[in-house]
Design a protein around this ligand. Structure first.
Ligand code: GAP
Length: 516
């Protein structure tokens, strides 16, 4: 099945099984804003726990905070967001649709790549095992022609972005004959800068209302609390401050479901280090973070690093962790060496000294910062994309399709479903008894409706790793059937063994052991 179709099915599945709903759906929705349903919120909480504990429990020099979303507006002036947190936008005059100019050009680059990949795929089919892809790419005239176009466009695009040359961005769109996907026309407006921050007012107008912003990143809440945490926690450099919280961006192009949202959640950690040591820490955090992703078992080949060639003016190194979504490799997390830019700016704008006295050096300095920043929602999308599966299975001599979310058990919203075989003879009571015993340890679900086969499929669809069936034998010998989601195999086990079997599979401790 084409990746695009799989993605469409995944989005529909997330809605059907209580993972993700369009916000304000009964009012026709609100663009790029989503709500998490009864299963989604459990998965999201488990992802957050995985991140938080791996930062705060596993590192004795990392502590957490929870800062307010509203902050003094000067913070955003100091951080550069008021003046420079912009996207270049362009409108199509016929469809009245708005686009990001840089995204239109990136899509054009992707089209050249697609053309080259198609040539390669065709040749691969033709030559079979004897095919040498490298040689083909270096010699085939059609591939070479497209590569030349790609190189020229890429160079022109980078130059225009580096120079913030909006007129040149428009010229590129015209020269490449890029059309609006809705109207099909090339009737474009000029390119303009568009600030991504949402603003609101605090206080009544009579008092003189203050224009404030909904934070576009959680990081600034950490920077402005650097001194508070360092002093009250008696923290010694190097140390980190972690935070999970909502962030808001008025994205122009909001697409691909929860990949790019206007209200989303970030898990960020700022690590404060001695100037001159930041690149060593950058390398260490980059390795620590990729291990964290890979430990979930979604396949090492599905991750890659994208090293930033063009760095923000305050950064001296930056890399993205990209995951292979059904729509291609895309950024999930950024690791940035932000120098002393943010703390120095807050020192300048607040007039307060933000420094660390290093007892070993006997001098004070503004610490340098290495940041790890990951979107909860993008991580959620990574987990569900990796887990969604359609399998052909045979039952009663018929081939059937089973939809199963092969979520890592530790992240699964519901850990086990307990099902009485029939709704009588004391079986429901026995099933409830088992749940009463296990519900303090695991998220359990009771299900007695429909045939046992249908109940298994319902649990497969939400990714429940264990189904426990209570039958008449249970009443005699205190044993149950446990069915494993991924293999569909079943075992007869004692009720008293259930806790250990499940605990072993859903243990965060076991997952953390892989991070060593
Ligand atoms: N403090 C650094 C920072 O905010 P960023 O690359 O702009 O850096 C970090 O964002 C992460 O936040 C991204 O890697 C992504 O996972 C997530 N993110 C950013 N914008 C998002 C959006 N509109 N919707 C969902 N997640 C987003």
């Amino acid at each position: 099945m084409a990746q695009e179709d799989i993605f469409k099915k995944l989005v529909a599945h997330c809605k059907e099984y209580g993972y993700v709903f369009q916000s304000s759906e009964i009012y026709d929705g609100l663009g790029a804003v989503y709500d998490y349903g009864q299963n989604g919120v459990e998965l999201k909480n488990n992802i957050k726990k995985y991140w938080w504990d791996s930062m705060v429990l596993l590192h004795e020099n990392v502590v957490g905070i929870d800062s307010a979303i509203f902050m003094h507006p000067t913070i955003w002036k100091a951080s550069g967001h008021v003046d420079a947190f912009n996207d270049p936008l362009i409108d199509n005059k016929d469809s009245k649709k708005r686009y990001r100019a840089d995204v239109l050009i990136e899509e054009q680059l992707a089209k050249y790549e697609e053309k080259m990949d198609k040539e390669v795929a065709k040749a691969q089919k033709r030559f079979g095992d004897a095919f040498d892809e490298k040689q083909f790419r270096e010699t085939n005239p059609r591939v070479l022609a497209n590569q030349e176009k790609w190189n020229a466009l890429h160079q022109r695009f980078s130059d225009a972005l580096n120079a913030s040359d909006l007129a040149e961005l428009k010229k590129i769109i015209e020269d490449e004959e890029i059309v609006c996907p809705i109207s099909g026309s090339r009737n474009w407006t000029d390119v303009r800068q568009f600030n991504l921050m949402f603003s609101t007012e605090m206080g009544s107008t009579a008092d003189g209302a203050l224009k404030i912003y909904l934070r576009p990143e959680t990081a600034q809440g950490i920077f402005v609390n650097y001194l508070n945490v360092q002093k009250t926690g008696r923290m010694k450099i190097p140390f980190g401050i972690a935070q999970i919280g909502k962030a808001f961006r008025n994205e122009i192009v909001a697409r691909q479901f929860i990949f790019r949202m206007r209200e989303f959640e970030q898990m960020e950690m700022q690590f404060f280090v001695k100037p001159g040591t930041e690149l060593e820490w950058f390398d260490l955090w980059r390795e620590t973070r990729i291990k964290w992703h890979r430990a979930l078992g979604f396949g090492d080949d599905n991750y890659r690093f994208h090293v930033h060639e063009k760095l923000a003016h305050y950064a001296n190194a930056a890399v993205d962790v990209e995951y292979k979504f059904p729509f291609g490799f895309k950024e999930v997390e950024g690791i940035h060496s932000r120098t002393d830019f943010d703390l120095s700016q807050h020192q300048k704008y607040s007039g307060k000294k933000i420094q660390y006295f290093d007892p070993e050096l006997g001098e004070s300095y503004v610490p340098y910062v290495v940041e790890t920043s990951i979107g909860v929602d993008r991580m959620f999308l990574q987990v569900v994309s990796a887990s969604y599966c359609e399998e052909e299975v045979e039952s009663n001599g018929k081939v059937d399709t089973r939809v199963v979310m092969k979520l890592p058990p530790v992240l699964a919203p519901v850990k086990l479903a307990v099902m009485p075989l029939v709704k009588k003879d004391g079986l429901p009571e026995k099933a409830r008894e088992i749940i009463d015993d296990l519900k303090f340890d695991f998220n359990c679900q009771y299900d007695e409706k429909d045939s046992i086969g249908k109940r298994y499929r319902r649990q497969d669809a939400i990714g429940t790793p264990f189904c426990v069936t209570v039958d008449h034998q249970t009443l005699e010998d205190q044993t149950v059937t446990i069915r494993y989601r991924d293999t569909m195999e079943q075992d007869r086990v004692a009720i008293s063994e259930l806790k250990n079997i499940i605990a072993d599979q859903v243990s965060f401790k076991k997952l953390f052991a892989k991070l060593k």
